[in-house]
Design a protein around this ligand. Sequence first.
Ligand SMILES: *Cc1c(COP(=O)(O)O)cnc(C)c1O
Length: 399
Amino acid sequence: MATHILPTYARFDLAFERGEGCALFTADGRRYLDFTSGIAVNALGHAHPHLVAALGEQAAKLWHVSNIYNIPGQERLAARLCANSFADLVFFTNSGAEAVECAIKMARKFFAHRGQPQRHRLIAFEGAFHGRTLATIAAAGQQKYLDGFAPSMPGFDHVPFGDIDAARAAIGEETAGFIIEPVQGEGGVRPAPAGFLKALRAAADEHGLLLVLDEVQCGMGRTGQLFAHQRDGVTPDIMALAKGIGGGFPLGACLASAEAASGMAAGSHGSTYGGNPLAMAVGNAVLDIMLEKGFLERVNRAATLLRQKLAAVQDHAPGVIEEVRGEGLLLGLKCRVPNTDLVKALHGHGLLTVGAGDNVVRLLPPLIVSDEEISEAADKIAAAAATLVPAGMSGASGS
Ligand SMILES: *Cc1c(COP(=O)(O)O)cnc(C)c1O
């Protein structure tokens, strides 16, 4: 089939017409259980009535006005995000990469504003993913994303994820801070080791540096806390959010303490669409649900159940699944077969998942997933795993 789409995506031959809760439907009516959630985006599932109503109401009133005017929905969403986080100030974007870009610019500006423009380098971590813009591919430092796009933007140093000695050793005269995902998503669902964020915070405090978190994937309830770093009891200076924050509407945000944001005066940054009324209506509606009493407790209960079920599946298919890892409803199955084989086999059983680095299959169900849907997914994974031949084994492992 001739396509006029730039061939940058390796797509599956699947198209969906509508969604409802944790299910997606093809035009010919086939149902798939969605444990991808648009890669951690559809945090409240598909066609959530409260989100649909919020978007519809706003669409009938006002779609867009420029940021040269006050936008009341921004004031409200920013105030609510700040009331529920470390932050004092918020900049709204349309995507995760833009939220990370804002964080990088803010960190550089912080030191420039204080007369230390030489402090412009961020220490980042191997296996990271921060987006696909020129700055964010340089920040992550992964060769597969940098290939062919030289020259790479300067200003980033890379050390092994979880290695505090290497992180401290990388601090120099030009260092502005650290940038890290509390749980690496694309890199293979790798939570930072216990105590690592705290150790980075301590190193940052000792040297007067900034701690920048990329919670674009792991934030907004995904790990069972509103923000993943809350588990570690650390306070960042700057944090990038996106994905789940808009529940499917393109929205991102860069949150910061007043001090970290002190360089960002009028005219220093901007976005045409960032924080427009449609996005703000949906963002506020997402928060309505996530801040409801019991929402995060329910996420934690669902996560515990899913993890138990996956452990049982692994027990029965150790030749296919090597490890279950992750946090909350950001879980990964480290595979002994190519992860793409398992993803494809799961399509055959009506379950949508997504690959990640380190040969992992990521499970990212909507945060509203039910116990029944968790059981259904686990059964499908067990059934799919039974059809796969583990590496090094000659016979079929199951059926
Ligand atoms: C997805 C992601 C990004 C990039 O978000 P986009 O909306 O695709 O620009 C940045 N950081 C992390 C951790 C992500 O998972």
